[in-house]
Ligand binder design. Structure first.
Ligand SMILES: *Cc1c(COP(=O)(O)O)cnc(C)c1O
Length: 438
């Protein structure tokens, strides 16, 4: 398998290079040179495959021998070790629960697979791989849990003191082992600037093998394809399926589009956003106007310039005189909703079905209903991207009652926080890295 940069399709990287580097030097995004189609018999017999078996078949086909099958199988056994059940609300509306992993959000799939691949590609190198992450909350938790006790890796997480929720802080600071949390007395932007400067610092890079767990690393997209197949498997045979994806940086949706390219029979995709609606606006008007994000209830989707949009454009590049815009909107429809509408949807799903949906999933539910009003008869699958208990105060306030909290969240509250205090400056951070890790 080779990958090109969306900014230069004439230069290629190996999977190893793309995974360890994250971003091509020209600041484009890595894309697979070719997207092979899965064998027809696999799609016909998909109901006889387990979730890990599906993941193996899909990645074997896409990666085209980039690593030996036995290694790939072992990596998948480590990464895909929780389920992705489809819950039936009614005949037309289903929910794909992606929150059964350690951090209770779909990002666990990407983080776990990335951790395994990085560890694999680092074998035989001298010294451990040090993963630097700046987080404003959610990504750090998934990355920390994903890399926990992964051989040959060490994770350093920088988070802004007092600016992440208690629960998020516990997810970053209570794991121990190869995970270290730095509590920075500054903002998220300070954390990000410190990490960026570290990657540019020659002395650090000469002494420590640094890499980032960037959300646009191709190794995070690959496992996100698996659960589209797993969901399709759980739908009654013969029904036409649409997927509705609550979106921020559009990695999840892009993974669905890749799955469709590999042969998954999907009738249509629905891109659901909160008021940060640059992609729905592009789909309806043809003009792309990135802008600063606005804070909303579904805050993991507060993105004003989605990083994976470049990949979407690449997938729908102009073809036989049809513009990219025409190609994309033939496959994807976009809808955007306010917080008020989102609150209404959380209540509606509970009142109608007795199902507690989180604010991100609720945005998806609204978009699915709007699409289905014009396209009846299809089975719609909303990706439920996080467990509602991750947004406990909001959901409790909306429903006016307590909701069940999974045991692993409850236990977290009791664990002791361990973090190293750090001023929001590069030099003390650099000295710490050198004294602890070089
Ligand atoms: C990250 C996240 C999203 C957005 O996913 P993208 O792949 O960035 O579009 C949606 N919901 C939740 C709960 C998230 O954590």
């Amino acid at each position: 398998m080779r990958l090109y940069s969306t900014k230069n399709k004439a230069e290629f990287a190996s999977l190893r290079e793309a995974v360890l580097k994250g971003l091509p030097s020209d600041n484009g995004l890595y894309m697979p040179e070719s997207i092979p189609r899965l064998p027809q018999h696999f799609l016909e017999d998909i109901r006889s495959y387990s979730f890990p078996e599906i993941a193996f078949e899909v990645s074997k086909c896409l990666l085209q021998g980039a690593l030996p099958e036995a290694d790939l199988k072992r990596i998948i056994a480590e990464a895909v070790n929780f389920e992705a059940p489809v819950v039936k609300l009614d005949d037309e509306a289903r929910v794909l629960e992606l929150f059964h992993g350690p951090s209770l959000a779909f990002k666990d799939f990407g983080a776990r697979f990335m951790a395994q691949l990085m560890s694999y590609f680092n074998q035989g190198e001298s010294g451990e791989l040090v993963i630097l992450v700046a987080t404003s909350g959610d990504t750090g938790g998934a990355v920390a849990a994903g890399f926990l006790q992964t051989p040959g890796t060490r994770v350093v997480i920088l988070y802004p003191s007092g600016k992440v929720s208690d629960l998020q802080e516990k997810q970053l600071t209570t794991l121990g082992h190869n995970i270290t949390a730095l509590e920075v007395s500054g903002t998220f932007d300070d954390c990000q600037a410190m990490v960026k400067q570290a990657f540019l610092d020659e002395e650090l890079n000469a002494k420590i093998r640094l890499t980032s767990a960037n959300s646009i690393n191709i190794s995070r997209l690959i496992p996100q394809m698996f659960y589209y197949f797993e969901a399709y498997k759980q739908i009654e045979p013969g029904r036409e399926v649409v997927f509705c994806v609550p979106s921020g940086n559009f990695g999840n949706l892009t993974a669905g589009l890749l799955a469709q390219r590999m042969g998954l029979p999907v009738k249509h995709f629905i891109a659901a956003t909160n008021v940060n609606d640059v992609v729905p606006e592009y789909l309806s008007s043809g003009s792309y106007r990135p802008r600063p994000s606005k804070a909303t209830l579904s805050n993991a989707m507060d993105v004003g310039n989605p990083s994976n949009f470049a990949r979407m454009l690449d997938l729908y590049a102009e073809l036989e005189e049809r513009s990219t815009w025409n190609n994309m909107k033939a496959q994807v429809s976009g809808y955007a909703y306010t917080d008020e509408a989102t609150r209404g949807a959380v209540r509606e799903v509970y009142d109608k079905y007795g199902y507690v949906i989180d604010p991100h999933g609720a945005v998806g539910y609204l978009a699915l209903k709007e699409y289905q009003a014009a396209h009846p008869g299809l089975v719609g699958v909303v990706l439920e991207t996080a467990h509602p208990a991750k947004f406990l105060p909001d959901v409790v306030a909306i429903l006016g009652q307590e909701i069940p909290v999974p045991r692993r969240l409850g236990e977290l509250a009791e664990r002791q926080k361990v973090a190293i205090s750090m001023p929001p400056e590069f030099l003390p951070f650099k000295s710490w890295l050198l004294s602890e890790l070089a």
